[in-house]
Structures are given as structure tokens and as C-alpha cells.
Design a protein around this ligand. Structure first.
Ligand code: 5AD
Ligand code: SF4
Length: 494
């Protein structure tokens, strides 16, 4: 397929596989198999990247450890979105120095978005000398080459040059779950929201080929995955660099038409690009979960313009109305930033009024954090911290009330849920998710994990629903039942 963004040549990927084989042979000579631990911070894209890192480590002959103790290789996959996330990484990476003193042959790697920030790379170079390897997200596919270099030469490796990125296919993946899977459909972001570091750390938007994505989803469905999330910084930009008329609604519908018993989700959607065509696909495709994460960031059109979001409050509300006209009980979640530079408390009140108007099911709330190199970090920011915190608390309080009210409306309903894990409370031995992704605690046989079941909701909190099996055990819905109950009658994709 012709495209306007680069793809890593197959020969370059093959060379990485040769490095894997070489390291595997070296590791096989050790008295015991070496262990590697990957620690992940931040978003789902980082979770997906960590699954690739683990896949590559397994190819290199490492056993994948679930804790730091005794690890021969430690990989810290970092997030740069807010100051707080970075401070946690610096604290935890600093603490690794003690383990390295006990085991000087240990290799410590830092990758992800922080590695791509010049001031962070410099600080690591100067003050964190126990860190051996630092590389940015666009270089992830070269991890075997870098690790080999550190392993054989014991020198430090920094691969943090600015990089727009390319598409790398054919990397090994070690998935963390057996029911839920991430599938990246595109990488990077071209939106340059004025507060956000991501366009600087993850490069330009580039889409994977639809055939490759669809065959990955088909294979996951065949292997029994039930819940597949399509990932991209802004999935609605999918296909802009591809020929053949591909866009996100078309990809989503093609994925929903694949055989198998699974639900599709996606994140994240920029509201400016969330179209009625997308909402139509969501409404008519039974395998698309009735849920959307649609970050609004601010309820004030003035602040939205300063954020470079390219939609107004009214346009956002119109999108929500268009969505709800098609899927009245859609689960709607969002992100919001409080205390953007120059935001007044009157403008913050517009954010409060927007959440009262929309009534999101859940909200991810953030206090603005200045990111070096972004335009917003240069803006005057006169509001005192205490006033921002007070506004933030009001927002959280209002949303908690709305979330609780939304959850209360589930009581007495029967929801078709995927039983997805073991609960941590003896009265509720299982956890489950509604089609819209709400967490449900219930009691039942562990053998139900991995199956869909009808659950009667009996109680709730702000954060979760509580329920009981509507029938003691259910056959799998592959025997002719729709996995979604909340959208009403099944409506197969054409
Ligand atoms: N400060 C606070 N929150 C931010 N986000 C992104 N950048 C910043 C920042 N500098 C939030 C946005 C985004 C979410 C992933 O993180 O709400 O949607
Ligand atoms: Fe950041 Fe905006 Fe891109 Fe989201 S769309 S990653 S908030 S720049």
C-alpha cells in the first residue's frame, strides 16, 4: 500500500531478530536463565509498548520477572505527561542504585516519553550513572541492538535524538492478559494541544496498514481474546497517511465484521475529529462496545482556544448530542484539566457547568502541569495553587456525585458482563465489566472467568457496581447471543 509515512524495512527488523538470537545464545551459556523486569508508567500505549519489550526480551532468552528482585535487566518505560509522573520515575530510578551496587552486572534501561525530553536525557547522563541504556519510543524496535551493545561493550548507550518515527511491524509480543488485548492502530500525534508534551515525544501521526491490524485482531479473536482495545493518541486521525480511503470508522467497522465473540473499544478520540460516521458505526456494530472516551479538557471556549483544541464548548456539546441521539445509554468518559495558565475561576465554572450538562459516567481530572518546551509553559499563570486546588476539589466532588447517581441507575438492571478476574474481597470473589466498561463486583465460581454472564446489579458505589449472577452459570455467548445487552436488540454489521 502507498503511504506518506515511513515503514521500517523488513531487513532492518530481521537484523534485530539476529541480535535477539545472538543474545539468546549468550544467555543460554549462563548457569541459570537471566531474568528481566519491565516496569510501566503512564498510558495504555506504554502498556502496549511494554508487551513488545517483554516479547523482545523473551526472544533474547530472558525470563520475564514480575518484580525487580534479582532481575538481570530492568526496563523502566516512562511517562512524561505530568511533572508528578516524572518525579516518581526519578525517585524509583534513583533507588535502583542500591541493587546495582549489589549486582554490578545488572543492566538498567529507561525508555518511553521521558527519554525523548532533552533535559531528562541530560539529567540521566550526568546524575544517574547507574542507568546503562536510554532510548525514546520511536527507537523501541531497536531495543535488541541497544541491549546487545550494552551487554557486549558495557558502555552506556543514549539513543534520544529527535525522531518523527516510522512504523515497525513483525516485533515479538508477550501479552499480559488472556482476555483483554491492546492493538495499536497508529502512533504519534499532530495536534499540538498547547499544554501537551506527547507530540514532542512520540513523533508524527502514522498509521499501521489496515490488513495487518485486521489480521492481528482476527488472530486475537481466534485465540479467545474477548475484549480488544484499538489504541492511538487520536484514533480519529487513522488513515490520513494511507491511500485507499481508510479512516477510523471504516477500520472499526471492518474489525467489527471479523468473526468471533469479542468486543471492540478504542481510545483516545479527539472531539474535533469524532464524526457522525464514527457514531453511526458504533451504533450499528454490535461488537463495538457502547463506550467512548472523549476528552473535553475545559468547558470554556476561550480556554479551549488557548489550549489549541480546535473546538468550542458548543461544538463539544453538539457532538455529545449527536452521539446520544444514536446510542442513548452510551457510557461517556472524559479528561479535564483544571488550572490551565490564565484560566479564571469564572471560566472554571464553565467546566463545572459542562459536566453537569453532559453527566459523564467517569472523569479523569488533572491539575495543569507545565511541560518544558510546550507553548502553554510560557504563558503567565497568575492563579495561586490554593485556588486551583479548591477548584479541583469542587470538580471532583461534583463528578463523584454524578458518577454515583449514574451507578444508582444500574440498580435492578441486568447487564451482560465479561467475568474478567478474581476479586480482592471474600464476599465478591469475581470481577466483571459491563459492555460499557463499568467495574462490577460479584460472587461466583472462578471457572466463569473468561465468560460472559448476565449479572443483576444490586448495589453500587461511586467507583463500582455490585451484583449477582442472574442465572447461576451461562453458556458462552458464541452460542448465538449478542455480547452487548445495553444497546437493545442485536443489530449485526452489514
Ligand atoms: N497537565 C495536566 N494534564 C495534562 N494532560 C496532558 N497534558 C497535561 C498537562 N501538561 C492530560 C489531558 C490528557 C490526559 C491524557 O492528560 O487531560 O487528555
Ligand atoms: Fe496531547 Fe492533544 Fe495529542 Fe492528546 S491530542 S496526545 S492531549 S497533543
Amino acid at each position: 500500500m502507498n503511504r506518506t509515512t515511513p515503514v521500517i524495512p523488513a531487513g532492518d527488523i530481521a537484523r534485530q531478530k539476529e541480535y535477539c538470537a545472538e543474545l539468546r545464545a549468550l544467555n543460554a551459556r549462563r548457569p541459570a536463565p537471566p531474568r528481566a523486569w519491565v516496569d510501566t508508567y503512564g498510558c495504555q500505549q506504554n502498556e502496549a509498548d511494554s508487551e513488545l519489550l517483554r516479547g523482545m526480551l523473551a526472544e533474547m532468552g530472558y525470563q520475564i520477572a514480575d518484580a525487580e528482585e534479582g532481575a538481570d535487566v530492568i526496563v523502566i518505560n516512562t511517562c512524561a505527561i505530568r511533572e508528578h509522573a516524572e518525579q516518581r520515575v526519578f525517585g524509583n530510578v534513583g533507588a535502583l542504585v542500591h541493587g546495582k551496587r549489589r549486582n554490578p552486572s545488572q543492566i538498567i534501561c529507561l525508555c518511553g516519553c521521558m527519554a525523548q525530553e532533552p533535559h531528562v536525557a541530560e539529567r540521566l547522563k550526568q546524575s544517574y550513572r547507574h542507568v546503562d541504556l536510554v532510548f525514546g519510543p520511536q527507537q523501541l524496535w531497536r531495543f535488541p541492538e541497544f541491549l546487545r551493545r550494552v551487554y557486549l561493550r558495557r558502555g552506556r548507550v543514549f539513543e534520544t535524538q529527535p525522531d518523527d518515527g516510522a512504523i515497525a511491524e513483525g516485533l515479538p509480543v508477550r501479552r499480559s492478559g488472556k482476555l483483554k488485548a491492546w492493538v495499536s492502530i497508529m502512533y504519534g500525534c499532530n495536534n499540538f494541544c498547547s499544554y501537551c508534551i506527547v507530540p514532542y515525544t512520540r513523533g508524527r501521526e502514522r498509521s499501521r496498514e489496515p490488513e495487518i491490524i485486521l489480521s492481528e485482531i482476527r488472530e486475537l479473536a481466534e485465540r479467545g481474546y474477548k475484549d480488544i482495545t484499538l489504541l492511538g493518541q487520536n484514533v480519529n486521525s487513522y488513515g490520513k497517511d494511507l491511500e485507499g480511503g481508510w479512516d477510523f470508522p471504516r477500520l472499526l467497522e471492518a474489525a467489527a465484521n471479523l468473526p468471533g465473540d469479542f468486543l471492540l473499544r478504542f481510545m483516545t478520540s479527539h472531539p474535533k475529529d469524532a464524526t457522525e460516521k464514527l457514531f453511526d458505526v458504533m451504533a450499528r456494530c454490535d461488537k463495538v462496545a457502547p463506550v467512548i472516551h472523549l476528552p473535553f479538557q475545559s468547558g470554556s471556549s476561550r480556554v479551549l482556544a488557548a489550549m489549541n483544541r480546535r473546538y468550542t464548548r458548543e461544538q463539544y456539546l453538539d457532538k455529545v448530542a449527536a452521539l446520544r441521539a444514536r446510542i442513548p445509554d452510551v457510557v461517556l468518559t472524559s479528561d479535564v484539566i483544571v488550572g490551565f495558565p490564565g484560566e479564571t475561576t469564572a471560566e472554571f465554572e464553565e467546566t463545572l457547568s459542562l459536566i453537569e450538562a453532559v453527566r459523564f459516567d467517569a472523569l479523569f481530572t488533572f491539575i495543569y502541569s507545565p511541560r518544558k518546551g510546550t507553548p502553554a509553559a510560557e504563558l503567565p499563570d497568575p492563579m495561586p495553587k490554593a485556588e486551583k486546588s479548591a477548584n479541583f476539589d469542587r470538580l471532583v466532588e461534583a463528578q463523584n456525585r454524578i458518577s454515583l447517581e449514574k451507578h444508582q441507575a444500574y440498580i435492578g438492571t441486568v447487564q451482560r458482563c465479561l467475568i474478567d478476574g478474581v476479586g480482592d474481597d471474600p464476599r465478591h470473589s469475581l470481577t466483571a465489566r459491563t459492555a460499557g466498561g463499568r467495574l462490577v463486583h460479584l460472587d461466583g465460581d472462578g471457572a466463569l472467568i473468561g465468560q460472559y454472564a448476565d449479572v443483576r446489579i444490586t448495589d453500587c458505589s461511586t467507583w463500582a457496581l455490585f451484583g449477582e449472577l442472574a442465572q447461576p452459570s451461562k453458556p458462552s455467548p458464541s452460542q448465538g447471543r449478542s455480547p452487548i445487552s445495553s444497546k437493545g436488540a442485536p443489530f449485526p454489521c452489514p
